[in-house]
Structures are given as structure tokens and as C-alpha cells.
Design a binder for this molecule. Structure first.
Ligand code: BGC
Length: 254
């Protein structure tokens, strides 16, 4: 009788401005192997407070193996080099070491949008797409993942391009839509301006749009007029967790 290969798994944690979510990921399917558990992001979101939540998720799952974590900042060699929407004390912090010390796991940390990008490229909207793919996540900020033939160019940070004299994410994130009470039509005008700018810079083959607001993509994607095809993300809420687990398993280094 042929022996069935055991599927590979890793634990993924997605750290965002409002929530910290985690689950064991089935890396063959690109799907969650356990139910996603979510805790609110502590405020202030200091390294100690966030690390406590990560440790809790891992402990409650009884996990001791490979652990991937997303972080909403520039990450190089496990160290955070920015902190646009998290506590400023993260800048210069070795995120990898903080999480390794508290969990004892084999940790890999990467930018949140980069994690979503590799997950969408392997299992979702950008699967099998050659050439330049840009994933943009619209949430508290704007995150980006730049991929060439499925390979990630890390830390692209396109949310901080200048738009109408300010940081693009301060004009066109979904948090700004809520804060300023913009209708989809009003907000889509800003997204149009932003995405045309990105399009002029990179002439991508495909845009993938993610973040919570991509669930309602039928309300705003039809309002955009771009030369590049635009697809909503397919892994939705799980893209960060899946991408983090992939990075941990593949010893992804940025
Ligand atoms: C950060 C990025 C992050 C994005 C989405 C931006 O403010 O600079 O690193 O990917 O927000 O969370």
C-alpha cells in the first residue's frame, strides 16, 4: 500500500494595526489547517506587548516548529526599519529575535504586504502569472508587494509614494475613506490617481488588490480605468498568515 506523504505545515502570524491573527497553515494547499485565532493589537503596540500576543497564539496552538510572522514595516534581516502605523519603538528592533526569544520557535519575519504577495502568487489571484505583478493592500495604510515571474522584490513600500503632495496612504488607504467619510466613488477617484501613478512607474502585467476592502471590490473596482488588468486578492483575510508560514518553511531571507 503506498504511504501517503504527510502534508507540510508551519505556523503563520499576521500582525496588523488592529488585530494579530494566527493559524497553522497547510503549505501544500495554501490554506489554514486550524481555525484562525485573532486577538486585538495592544495599544501602545510596543515590542513587548505585541510579542506577548504572538507567544499566546503559539502557546495556545501548542506549536513549537517553524513560525512565520508578518510585520507592517520595512524588514531587513529580521530588523524593522520603519514603523508607519505601529509604535515607533519598533524602529531598529530585531523583530525576529524578539519573537524567537519569547516563543523558542524557528522564526522568520517579513513585511505584511510581501507575505500576502507571495501567497497570492503561489495560491491565489497571481498564480502562474509571469512578468511584473503588483499587489496593493488597502487597509490602515497601503502596503505593496512587487513580484517578477513569481519572485518577490521585497520592501517595495509603494504606499509611501507621493500623491497630491502627501504620502499616498494618507490620501487613499481604506482607513482614510472611513476617517473622511468618503463614498466609494469619491475614494475610487483617489485610488485611480494613485494606481495610474504606480502603473506609469512599473507598467505591470497585473495588479492584485487586497486588504479588507477588497471583499467589496465590486463596489469600486468597476470605477477604475487602468490599462493593467486588476484582480481582487483571493486569499482575503488569510493571505498574510499563509505567506508568513510559506516564508518560515522556505527560510525566506530579506
Ligand atoms: C507600511 C508598510 C506596510 C503597509 C501596510 C505601511 O504604512 O510602511 O510596511 O506594508 O503600511 O500595512
Amino acid at each position: 500500500m503506498p504511504t501517503r506523504r504527510k502534508s507540510s505545515t508551519a505556523f503563520g502570524v499576521d500582525i496588523g494595526g488592529s488585530g494579530i491573527k494566527g493559524a497553522i497553515v497547510d503549505l501544500d494547499k495554501g490554506d489554514l489547517a486550524t481555525e484562525r485565532v485573532k486577538y486585538l493589537t495592544p495599544h501602545p503596540s510596543t515590542p513587548e506587548a505585541v510579542a506577548d500576543v504572538v507567544a499566546r497564539l503559539v502557546r495556545e496552538a501548542g506549536w513549537t516548529g517553524e513560525l512565520g510572522a508578518t510585520f507592517p514595516a520595512v524588514i531587513k534581516n529580521g530588523v524593522a526599519h520603519s514603523a508607519a502605523n505601529v509604535d515607533k519603538s519598533w524602529i531598529g528592533t530585531d523583530v525576529d529575535k524578539v519573537f524567537t526569544d519569547i516563543t523558542g520557535c524557528d522564526v522568520t519575519v517579513l513585511n505584511d504586504a510581501d507575505a500576502a504577495g507571495i501567497a497570492e502568487a503561489r495560491f491565489g489571484a497571481a498564480k502562474g502569472v509571469e512578468g511584473v505583478v503588483i499587489l496593493l493592500t488597502f487597509g490602515t495604510g497601503i502596503g505593496s508587494a512587487l513580484l517578477l515571474d513569481g519572485q518577490l522584490v521585497p520592501n517595495s513600500e509603494l504606499g509611501h509614494l507621493e500623491l497630491d503632495g502627501s504620502d499616498a496612504e494618507k490620501r487613499a488607504s481604506s482607513a482614510v475613506k472611513d476617517d473622511e467619510g468618503l463614498s466609494y466613488k469619491q475614494w475610487a477617484k483617489r485610488v485611480q490617481k494613485y494606481m495610474s501613478h504606480v502603473e506609469r512607474l512599473f507598467t505591470p502585467d497585473l495588479f492584485v488588490v487586497g486588504g479588507g476592502i477588497s471583499k467589496n471590490s465590486d463596489k469600486w473596482l468597476p470605477l477604475l480605468s487602468l490599462n493593467t488588468p486588476v484582480k481582487p486578492a483571493e486569499l482575503l483575510n488569510n493571505a498574510g498568515i499563509v505567506g508568513a508560514a510559506m516564508a518560515a518553511h522556505e527560510k525566506f531571507a530579506v
